[in-house]
Structures are given as structure tokens and as C-alpha cells.
Design a protein around this ligand. Structure first.
Ligand code: TRP
Length: 419
């Protein structure tokens, strides 16, 4: 029960059974923010309080010593997303490092719900990070495309969800994954056999009341949704992939994802010891902010809230200049006098994700914060950085053929996955 004691209860849902002692006495109104796999809403100010989230979910903070340790263990600089606190939360990542240092391997698991054709930069964050983890630790990566999930939640047809899964697979492959170490699978195609056996074992350990409490389902939700969580839990266990791992390879999984996926893995970790499995470890990121400001995730219904991997250089320039929320002052005079408010400035936040050079970022922060650099100049630098990422992605994606997608998605052994 350890994991489930910290579960989170969305405030919009009436009278859900609660399992969380620490929630007692607090009204949901006071709780403010809502973070579930399907809804992300900030507190009164519109912001997500990530410290609160760590407390409520019962995760651990990624601190400087952990970041330094990653650099030491892998013999290469820690990724920007670790250095800058973007992957800020973890569960047992320190244990995975302990084992790794003693020579025990692990595998990486992540996923994507294919709900739309075009990905935005926020969607690439977990894949860029997994690419780094895969290279740095020399371990295999398994990527689940939950076409079944999106079919149920987004009311897409089975065929359309499957089509989107393949389209999204091309964008994922374009992030540079190595086909000899990466298995991408669609639930509609792969679920069965050992994977399904694990789903059933997991399902038997989770009561209806529990799943309502963790995910905030209610009596109006169809049973397809209620029975979905074991599908996302099963890849956490190596026995779901008999073509990759033998029964004696009882590897741990490490899941790097955005923190809204935590409910699935809280459930998985609670169940694991009861079915003789090891708990997955996690590294969890904050959300990539919308251009309009940091009030949660980007909205798929507003194309101007995000930079898409399909945007042209002109689109990027336009969107950044017109929509990126600026912490600069309203007149040049005031700006020179008071400097920019870096806390709310979107160009600074985006540069924090994508400008590799620590010294340059620090220089921009200092100059802009002191009012010596203007918003326009910072935006100009951001436009350059984003244009390069998007153009690189575009040409990499154009080179991905249907045969390559088939190769990544083939159920096959990966003989060199740990080298
Ligand atoms: N539910 C996730 C989404 O909607 C997709 C997903 C499946 C996933 N398995 C995962 C995400 C593991 C992170 C880690 O995008």
C-alpha cells in the first residue's frame, strides 16, 4: 500500500473514495491544482506547484548530488534536462544507479498516446531525454504507443488510432534511436501472450475503488477506460517481452516521462511486489510551457500555443515574436531600469530547455534580467535555436521510411541492446 497512500484526488470529481490519510481534512478547493494523465490545471495563479506535487505523489526530488552522480557514472556531462531541473522528480533512480554501478543492467520504458498527427516540441522532450539515457547507459529502450488508450479517450476509430501510431512512430524514430536497441510497439498489435498474462495479474491486484481513487474515474466512465491502466503498467516488467528478456533476466525498468503519468506507475509500483516483480523506477519531468505562459501543458486545440515540428521557419519566427509571453517591461525605459522578470519569461524558459551552452544561457539571463538585453534580442536567439531543432527534425523525419517503421516495430530479439 506504500505507493497508494500518496495518491492524488482531482477536485472536479465528487465523492470518490479516498485512500490517502494525508488528504484528510483538506478540502479539494484548497488543493487547487489538478494533475492526472488526462488533465493538468494549475492552482489559483494558474501555475503548477511542483514541490507540492512531489509531496502529494510521494516522489523524491532530483538534487544536485544525483545529477553529479549521473555524470560520474556515465562518464559524460549530465543532460541539459537534468542539469536544469526539468527532470526534477524520481522514484528509486538512486537504486538503479547503485545496481548499475555494481554491473546490473536495466532497461528503459516510455510511451506516447498517438492522439494527433503533428507533435509539438513538448512531445519531443521525453524522447530526446530517453535518447540520451539510452546512449549514456547503453541500455535498450521500449516505446509503447497506446493507440488503444487514445481510441477510447479521444473517440478515434481503431483504424485511425493505428494510423496515428505509425505516423508518430516516424517522429519518434527521427529523434535518432538505434534500431538495434529500440523496440516500438502498438498496443493493438502487440498486446497478447506474456504481456496479457501480466495485465491480468496486475488487474487482479487493483480494486475498482482503488482505480477510481488513483485516476479519478467516475460511474459515467466506460469500462474500457477503467480497465486500461494494466496495459500501461505491463511494460514495466521484463516478462512482458519474452522476445527480449529471458525469465532469469529479472531487469528493472526505468521510466522517463512527464509527471502526469505518475498515477499509472504509482499503481504499478504498488502491485509489483505482490506479483513477484520489481518496481519500476522513474524520472519525471515538469511540463513544457505554452507560448502564452506557464500555466500547465500546451493546448492541442490552439495551434498558436505551441511550436510544432511541422512549423516552417516563418511560423516559428511569427509565433515566438507574437505569442511568446515576455517578462520584459512595457517600455524600453522601464526595461533598462527594472530588467526582465525571468520567472515568467517564456523565451528564457524555452532557452532553458533547448540552449545547450550553459555559459551562454547564464550570460543571457544576467544581461536580460538586468535590462541590458531586450526581449527582441532574446526572442531572436530563441528563434535561431528552435528553427535549427525543427529543421533537423524535419529532415530526419523525411528520411524515415515505412520499412524503417516496420523494422523498429518488428517483434524480434535485440542482440546488441546492452552495448
Ligand atoms: N499514456 C501516455 C500518453 O498518453 C503514453 C504512454 C504509455 C507512456 N506508456 C508510457 C508515457 C510510459 C510515458 C511512459 O502519452
Amino acid at each position: 500500500m506504500e505507493e497508494l497512500n500518496q495518491n492524488y484526488q482531482p477536485k472536479t470529481l465528487p465523492s470518490i473514495p479516498t485512500f490517502s490519510a494525508d488528504m484528510e481534512g483538506k478540502s479539494h478547493e484548497e488543493e487547487g491544482q489538478i494533475v492526472t494523465p488526462w488533465q493538468v490545471t494549475g492552482d489559483k495563479s494558474g501555475k503548477i506547484d511542483y514541490d507540492k506535487l512531489i509531496d502529494k505523489f510521494g516522489c523524491q526530488r532530483v538534487d544536485q548530488s544525483l545529477v553529479d552522480r549521473v555524470a560520474r557514472v556515465t562518464g559524460r556531462p549530465a543532460h541539459v534536462f537534468l542539469r536544469r531541473g526539468i527532470f526534477f522528480s524520481h522514484r528509486d533512480f538512486d537504486e538503479v544507479l547503485d545496481l548499475y554501478e555494481r554491473g546490473e543492467k536495466f532497461y528503459l520504458y516510455t510511451g506516447r498516446g498517438p492522439s494527433s498527427e503533428a507533435l509539438h516540441l513538448g512531445h519531443l522532450v521525453p524522447f530526446m531525454f530517453n535518447k540520451y539515457l539510452q546512449d549514456a547507459f547503453k541500455v535498450p529502450l521500449l516505446i509503447q504507443l497506446t493507440d488503444d488508450e487514445k481510441c477510447m479517450w479521444k473517440n478515434l476509430s481503431v483504424e485511425e488510432s493505428k494510423r496515428l501510431a505509425r505516423e508518430n512512430a516516424k517522429d519518434i524514430i527521427a529523434c535518432g534511436f538505434d534500431v538495434s536497441k529500440t523496440f516500438i510497439f502498438s498496443d493493438f498489435d502487440y498486446v497478447g501472450g506474456s504481456f496479457y498474462k501480466n495485465m491480468v495479474k496486475i488487474g487482479k491486484c487493483v480494486t475498482y475503488n482503488k482505480v477510481l481513487g488513483i485516476f479519478g474515474f467516475n460511474g459515467e466512465d466506460h469500462i474500457g477506460k477503467v480497465s486500461f491502466p494494466p496495459v500501461q503498467a505491463a511494460p514495466s516488467f521484463p516478462s512482458s517481452f519474452p522476445h527480449l528478456f529471458s525469465a532469469k533476466d529479472n531487469f528493472r525498468s526505468l521510466i522517463a516521462c512527464a509527471i502526469d503519468q505518475d498515477p499509472y506507475f504509482r499503481m504499478t509500483r504498488d502491485v509489483a511486489p505482490r506479483i513477484g516483480c520489481r518496481k519500476p523506477a522513474l524520472l519525471e519531468s515538469s511540463f513544457f510551457p505554452a507560448l502564452q505562459g506557464e500555466t500547465g501543458k500546451m493546448s492541442a486545440s490552439d495551434p498558436n500555443s505551441a511550436i510544432y515540428v511541422t512549423d516552417s521557419a516563418k511560423d516559428i519566427k511569427n509565433k515566438v515574436n507574437r505569442y511568446a509571453f515576455s517578462g520584459g517591461q512595457d517600455s524600453i525605459e522601464n526595461h533598462r531600469k527594472f530588467g526582465a522578470n525571468l520567472e515568467v519569461d517564456i523565451p528564457i524558459k524555452y532557452l532553458g530547455f533547448f540552449l545547450d551552452d550553459d555559459a551562454e544561457l547564464e550570460h543571457i539571463r544576467t544581461e536580460y534580467g538586468a535590462g541590458r538585453m531586450l526581449t527582441g534580442e532574446v526572442k531572436q536567439r530563441l528563434i535561431e535555436v528552435l528553427t535549427e531543432i525543427v529543421e533537423n527534425h524535419r529532415s530526419a523525419r523525411a528520411a524515415v521510411t515505412d520499412e524503417m517503421v516496420d523494422a523498429f516495430m518488428a517483434v524480434r530479439p535485440l542482440p546488441n541492446m546492452f552495448s
